[in-house]
Design a protein around this ligand. Structure first.
Ligand code: ADP
Ligand code: MG
Ligand code: ZN
Length: 341
């Protein structure tokens, strides 16, 4: 399929409507991890910030980090979400060597914050992006594949794993699908992540450094012909710069249009964004980079979610939530507007 010639962007916009959706992970800047007392310093010697809990050793038990719950509620409030009066953690079961317990403690059907929005300014217009949920989970460790040309697992001779990151609190912020932005879709995606980054930064709960991975973005994109239902989405994983967010949407729109033009169907899958080496692309055409397929997407049932039995439910006191709300800083967008005025 990668051999299909790509149509031009304007041509795609004339015949298709994009829908986008963004899932952003923010690593919180808490001093200690989500469920244990290990430090979270970035760049420490591998496997020096670990303990039986975050290594998933038998018999160890998690205890939730209050500061992480507080920071998640602050993010939810800044995004005008409703804060759950009662919710639970859930186990998300899958195997990967960077996850020592073989499950991730996350949230599933009972997220801490739901149903908010974020207004994003583009030249002369404002797009309101609906926020479906803001939930709290733990980060995984990091694998390092060596011996191959690309640093990826394919072709590698050895893999190393560092569990320092395993168990660092991670907030996931998921938008509702965003239809109706047409040719601006890539721009909206970038502007949303930019604004979200400003908001989280203003709260002081994370350093939101995309290049260090403390903010990571999964970009969902689909195309439909006017009047038809939304198309099948693909999810481009771990896009690690603002520019790549924009280019991931754009390149995926072009790729999907080529597939649909040829009478094909889009597979729901995860993909990875690859920057084109600098300089002009083949045929002298500017190339925005492209995505390559990852795994076909698991469904929720594959993860066998169930409520985490080792943790008590979270029931934030409404008075505490009200205090946090009253203490929120001025939103960056309002601050900009005020200063401009
Ligand atoms: P998953 O666990 O599969 O990643 P999530 O619910 O966490 O699912 O996130 C799905 C994301 O995809 C959300 O941001 C949602 O708004 C977006 N999305 C859903 N349907 C579409 C679609 N047809 N086109 C583009 N994005 C979509
Ligand atoms: Mg997701
Ligand atoms: Zn630990």
């Amino acid at each position: 399929m990668s051999t299909l010639a790509l149509p031009g962007y304007d041509d795609v916009i004339a015949r298709y409507e994009p829908v986008i959706g963004l899932e952003v992970h923010v690593e919180l800047g808490t001093r200690t991890k989500m469920f244990c007392g290990c430090r979270t310093d970035f760049g420490a010697e591998p496997n020096t910030q670990v303990c039986p809990v975050c290594l998933g050793l038998p018999g160890s038990l998690p205890v939730a980090n209050r500061a992480a719950i507080e920071a998640t509620i602050q993010i939810g409030l800044a995004l005008r979400c409703d804060i759950a009066e009662w919710c639970r953690f859930a186990r998300k079961n899958y195997f990967y060597p960077d996850m020592p317990k073989n499950f991730q403690i996350s949230q599933y059907d009972e997220p801490l914050c739901v149903d908010g929005y974020l207004d994003v300014d583009l030249d002369g217009q404002t797009v309101r992006v609906g926020i479906e949920r803001v939930h709290l989970e733990e980060d995984t460790g990091k694998t390092l594949h060596i011996g191959g040309a690309t640093g990826r697992i394919h072709g590698a001779t050895e893999s190393l794993v560092d569990y320092n990151r395993a168990g660092i609190p991670l907030v996931e912020i998921v938008t509702n699908p965003i239809p109706g932005t047409g040719e601006l879709a890539p721009h909206v995606a970038r502007a949303y992540v930019t604004e979200l980054r400003e908001i989280v930064k203003s709260l002081g709960v994370s350093d939101v450094r995309m290049e260090q991975g403390s903010m990571r973005c999964d970009v969902n994109t689909s195309l439909n012909r006017p009047g038809e239902e939304w198309g099948t989405r693909t999810e481009t994983k771990n896009v690690n710069s603002l520019r790549s967010v924009e280019r991931a949407v754009q390149s995926e729109m072009l790729r999907q249009a080529a597939v649909l033009d040829a009478g094909g169907t889009i597979t729901q899958e995860t993909r990875h964004f690859r920057e084109r080496a600098s300089g002009s692309g083949e045929h002298g055409r500017e190339d925005a980079g492209h995505t390559v397929p990852g795994r076909s997407k698991e469904t929720a049932t594959d993860y066998r979610y169930f409520p985490e039995p080792d943790l008590v439910p979270i029931a934030p006191d409404p008075a505490w939530v009200a205090e946090l709300k009253a203490a929120l800083p001025e939103p960056p967008r309002e601050r900009r507007q005020r200063l401009q005025a």
